[in-house]
Design a protein around this ligand. Sequence first.
Ligand code: BG6
Length: 461
Amino acid sequence: MSLRNDFLWGASTSAYQVEGASAEDGKGPSVQDVKTLVQGTADFTVSSDHYHRFDEDIALMAKMGLKAYRFSIAWTRIYPKGDGPVNEKGLRHYSQVIDTCLLHGITPIVTIYHFDLPAALLDAGGWKNRATADAYVRYAQTLFQRFGDRVKYWLTINEQNMMTLCGNAVGTLEEGEDACRTLYQQNHHMFLAQARAMSLCHAMVQDAHIGPAPNICSIYPRTCAPEDILAAQDFEALRNWLYLDMTVHGEYNPIAWNILRKKGIEPVILPEDREVLKAAKPDFIALNYYNTITVQAPGSNAKQENAADQQTGTTETGFYEGIRNPYLGRTRFGWEIDPVGFRTTLREVYERYRLPLLITENGLGDEDAVDENGEIDDENRIAYLSDHIVQMQRAVEDGVDVLGYCPWSALDLVSTHEGIRKRYGFIYVNRTDEEVLDLRRIPKKSFYWYRDVIRSGGIRK
Ligand code: BG6
């Protein structure tokens, strides 16, 4: 094993999924607060109450031995309407969160925007409106100004590719005939927002490290038939390289662009955009990894299976069709499990861009239960994480430069659309989708297991 000495063993959360206090201390509503919830799932008014309990939670993270905590800032706590007057109470809150991390020797890794666009900006057109990119840049500038002295790791946008490919799952899809074209126009404006924020961060923050945080994975062809290989290449261009080519090189990936062009959904690019996109340079690539995806050539007969979540968007008529991989097991919630695919993903991304990689999400959503001794025996999670850590270490041995590993999630939180029934945390939060209960924190078995992994600097296998 040759992980860096300063390897960032961490864990992640996002604001709306964990904080609660959704209308407190001047916070404005985000799209998450106003969206139609999937029936039977908790809303985000309380979530895991991290807003009020961050002190206790970060102390527990320190007990687990975390070297880093990746969390997001709620845009609507800083700018309740997305733009306009700043909310000092929101800034004070995150300043305390950052100081608490530092007090415990935990490096804060801050996501600027994680699925929670201010509702007021959505009303004004959302990302389809260029002005949203201006508002994002002003918001990012405020964060760099106020926190840049203490925060050195920044993530621009969480899973921009999922917001575009699975707009229906994460609330960015607009109804209407032009829905797909709109998504790619929104996407273009997010590219501009990201590029400007990266350049600004380098100008404003000393020793800054900033990068994107897409969801990236290897795409497998169903067979070695050349048509299946082409289908896999098309999908990886549209799902992975479109995002990373733009972030790293400031250019649209040609294969992905051609697919957009053929479908007549390519975005409008203004002449001045090119310079902005070219000027920005990331310091690392952060990526979320849960599973690989397998596709086949269009028009084949095999049955397609798609869930209504981030696993959607795997079929594009005329280009590729997502299918189930018969070699892989699945989680209780139907997500494929592929630790070796983690290694292949890391190798592919590093070979292609030669920038250090930071894993900002990886984890198992499961239905954990408290047993009669008051303990949570989450063996499945330990097995999942252990297998993925081993493959990450193998990727490092292969020559990939990995900065850190921050699995999802530090503590239980409300999933994007499957409620708190689908738990990811090392720390159990005592609530259900129906009842808030006492929100007591209980370290799970995986908490102690991860502490030992961190202490020994990895897993020897
Ligand atoms: C990622 C998101 O897509 O996957 C997280 O960045 C999300 O916000 C995580 O919670 C797991 O997905 P889900 O749908 O199970 O919550």
